[in-house]
Write a protein that binds this ligand. Structure first.
Ligand code: FMN
Length: 158
């Protein structure tokens, strides 16, 4: 059974809500899921997962520094995360407020680690985005994202 880490930073709860929606679907798909706040996530744990899913609010078009700190610390695992799946989601305050640039910053780090990143040709292309608390559209995108990554994980890791 593939193991998933869903780790997020959230100050006012919007990104946390997205993480919870994503985790429910991953569990329903039969994956073993740990959901954690970034502050509870130790960089050494990343090695234990087949899928690493990071979520962040959009801060000036980029991820929160708490997540960036974890990613920078992951240099100690460089080369050891190859072949794992990486996926990301973000919340923001405004349309075109930078949530895709936030997601793409996280995905860049996954790619540099040699991880596998799946885009989406139909839904939110980079990963699900929400303006504030997830509305009906964002909930559907979070669910679609989780399902697609679960299907990929089962293909790759059983
Ligand atoms: C320091 C700071 C910077 C922010 N920068 C942006 C921004 O560049 N674009 C945007 O759309 N929203 C911005 N926001 C709004 C947050 O991304 C938004 O409220 C988000 O949903 C908060 O997520 P959370 O509830 O998980 O903490 C910013 C908020 C803060 C506190």
């Amino acid at each position: 059974m593939a193991k998933v880490l869903v780790a997020y930073y959230s100050r006012t709860g919007n990104t946390k809500k997205m993480a919870e929606i994503i985790s429910v679907v991953l569990k329903d798909e039969g994956l073993q899921v740990d959901i954690k706040n970034i502050s509870e996530t130790n960089v050494d744990e990343l090695i234990n997962y087949d899928i690493i899913v990071f979520g962040s609010p959009t801060y000036y078009g980029s991820m929160a520094y708490q997540l960036k700190q974890l990613i920078d610390e992951s240099v100690k695992l460089h080369g050891k995360l190859q072949g794992k799946i990486g996926a990301a989601f973000a919340s923001a305050g405004n349309v075109a407020g930078g949530n895709e640039t936030t997601i793409s910053g996280i995905l860049n780090a996954f790619l540099i680690h040699g991880m596998i990143v799946q885009g989406d040709s139909r839904g939110d292309h980079y990963g699900p985005v929400s303006l504030g608390l997830p509305d009906e559209r964002a909930i559907k995108e979070c669910q679609r994202f989780a399902k697609r990554n679960a299907v990929l994980a089962k293909k790759l890791f059983g």
